[in-house]
Design a protein around this ligand. Structure first.
Ligand code: G6Q
Length: 560
């Protein structure tokens, strides 16, 4: 089905839009307002500034915004043409212009009996389900012991070898859903540092281990080198090449290369050209997750993602959770001057979520040209970072409270924990809420002084202490509550962030779906590798040339 061309003018940067100009003016007029005063003046502020979807609650009231700010941000969304780009994305339009690709991670989460989605005139929904079912069946055969190792023993350990999008998503999801793990242990090796894979190989046995080589391109050197190391380890344990069929699987869009590597065709699961690596955990790249949690739970994860897709597609901006996160992020970054954004899950299971979001967001929106190649004149993707709460409170929170930068925070809080109900989770939640409140309110010098008034300190010391113990407050945060982390709620959370990233890219007019910086990194080492091995370095700056020289002096003839 031919889609009409995207209507956004190529030369138009969002800074030229009337709403952008109005927001800049609005910031000048409202910068003096403190959140503490806003809350005092608006008793129903929470009521007006929260949104909910199927048990996920977004409280965005602790942001430096008023109703007027939100109105202008929604106008910006309209003027930027984000709704049209969203329509194109869901319909299979090739919105990844630099790679001429459709962007259809939403199609991976569609129920089976759904309206067709066409890419190059082919309805992809049946393909999606065929490949999903193949992967789920395979995971089930591993789980129930129908697919055994070459000695007839059941598989106990699954080792995923992949990197970037072929690692971070499935690793994070498998870890977050550990309470749903059934009878297979899953491990993840990504780093080229041999300590990563070798550490896993020391803990597993060849006859009960299955390796998944996860690489969309099947050309990523890190993954191929680790896969070759795994194959060597397997063969050196006395197994034959014929045994590889029982112990190696692959997920790739490059089925021929997987076959060349020696993986049996029935163990190769396809990926689609129209899914970017960082959006691919919902595809067969989720195979290690399927192995860990099984068919029904994986389907629940997809259902969560799909429900968020429907919400993002249909809800008006003002009630649209991913759009609100995106627009408030744009406000914070482009109008209030923040340059980074923190994600703090108060959940040990979600401790890798910041790492996953780092890739999702920074690889998608770390761009300095618009989607038609025009340089931008405003800040795009924020630096994303974070760590599990409460650990981070004892580390970098000092800077968030009293540092000179304002860094917005997302607090992600499951109301129920997974472990023993001995009061620790209750305190975890108390910490999350208290941090958000403290960041918002701050503490005036007078309040700090009142705290130390009865300590019998000399007046000068009291004053000095009060100034150190005061907090500016007015520091923005979102709080995202779910009842607990389940496959369904994790699906909601993950898709929510994917659409936040899309929405920001859409308003900024950039292509969130290519990653030339990653491709560049893949090329660069190719030049230096032979030089480390002995060919004469050429054309480098003095720093790089000396570093190469140092390696060669140190390694002498010891190089592999
Ligand atoms: C993700 C990126 C990148 C990619 C890795 C692995 O969106 O494209 O992180 O996932 O470079 O690529 P392969 O899956 O092709 O090995």
């Amino acid at each position: 089905v031919a889609l009409p061309p995207i209507h956004i003018k190529k030369t138009m940067l969002p800074t030229a839009l009337p709403a952008w100009q109005a927001l800049a003016e609005h910031r000048r007029a409202t910068a003096h307002l403190h959140l503490r005063e806003r809350f005092a003046a608006e008793p129903n502020r929470f009521e007006r500034m929260h949104a909910e979807l199927n048990g996920l609650l977004l409280d965005y009231s602790k942001n430096l915004i008023g109703e007027d700010t939100l109105d202008l941000l929604c106008r910006l969304a309209d003027e930027s043409g984000a709704a049209e780009l969203r329509r194109q994305m869901y319909a299979g339009g090739k919105i990844n212009l630099s790679e001429h690709r459709a962007v259809l991670h939403t199609a991976l989460r569609l129920p089976e009996n759904t309206a067709p989605v066409y890419v190059d005139d082919i309805n992809i929904v049946p393909q999606v389900h065929a490949e999903l079912n193949r992967a789920l069946d395979f995971a089930e055969r591993l789980q129930n012991g129908t697919h055994t190792g070459c000695t007839g023993l059941p598989i106990r350990d699954v080792v995923n070898i992949g990197i970037g999008g072929s690692d971070l998503g499935p690793r994070m999801v498998a870890q977050a859903l550990a309470p749903y793990q059934q009878n297979l242990n899953v491990h993840f090796a990504a780093n080229l540092d041999s300590a990563d894979l070798d550490g896993i190989l020391r803990r597993v046995a060849p006859e009960t281990t299955l390796f998944i080589v996860a690489s969309k391109s099947f050309r990523t050197p890190e993954t191929l080198l680790n896969a070759q190391a795994a194959r060597r380890w397997f063969l050196q344990s006395g197994r034959s090449k014929a045994d590889i069929a029982q112990h190696f699987a692959a997920v790739s869009a490059n089925v021929e290369a997987a076959a060349e590597f020696g993986i049996a065709p029935q163990n190769v699961f396809g990926m689609f050209d129209w899914v970017g690596g960082r959006y691919s955990v919902w595809s067969a790249i989720g195979l290690p997750v399927m192995c860990a949690i099984g068919r029904e739970h994986f389907r629940e994860f997809l259902r969560g993602g799909h429900d968020m897709d429907e919400h993002f597609l249909h809800a008006p901006w003002r009630r649209n959770i991913p759009a609100l996160l995106a627009l408030i992020g744009i406000w914070q970054q482009n109008f209030c001057g923040s340059t980074s954004h923190i994600v703090i899950p108060y959940s040990h299971g979600l401790r890798r979520l910041p790492a996953h979001l780092q890739q999702l967001d920074m690889e998608s929106n770390g761009k300095s040209r618009n989607r038609h190649g025009k340089p931008v004149d405003f800040a795009t993707g924020a630096a994303i970072w974070g760590e599990a709460g409460v650990n981070c409170q004892h580390a970098f929170f000092q800077l968030i409270h009293q540092g000179t930068q304002v860094i917005p925070v997302d607090f992600i809080v499951p109301l129920n924990g997974e472990g023993a109900d001995d009061g620790r989770h209750l305190r975890l939640v108390a910490n999350a809420f208290a941090q958000a409140e403290a960041l918002m309110r701050g503490k005036s010098e007078a309040e700090a002084r009142a705290e130390t008034a009865d300590k019998g300190l000399p007046e000068s010391e009291q004053a000095a202490l009060a100034s150190q113990r005061s907090f500016p407050g007015n520091r923005p945060s979102n709080t995202i509550l779910v009842e607990r982390i389940t496959p369904y709620t994790l699906g909601l959370i993950l898709a929510m962030y994917e659409h936040k990233v899309f929405m920001q890219g859409a308003v900024w007019g950039i292509n969130s779906f290519d990653q030339w910086g990653v491709e560049y990194g893949k090329e660069l080492a190719q030049t230096i590798l032979p030089e480390l091995q002995g060919t004469t370095p050429a054309g480098h700056d003095s720093s790089t040339a000396t570093l190469i020289q140092r390696y060669r002096q140190q390694m002498g003839n010891k190089q592999p």
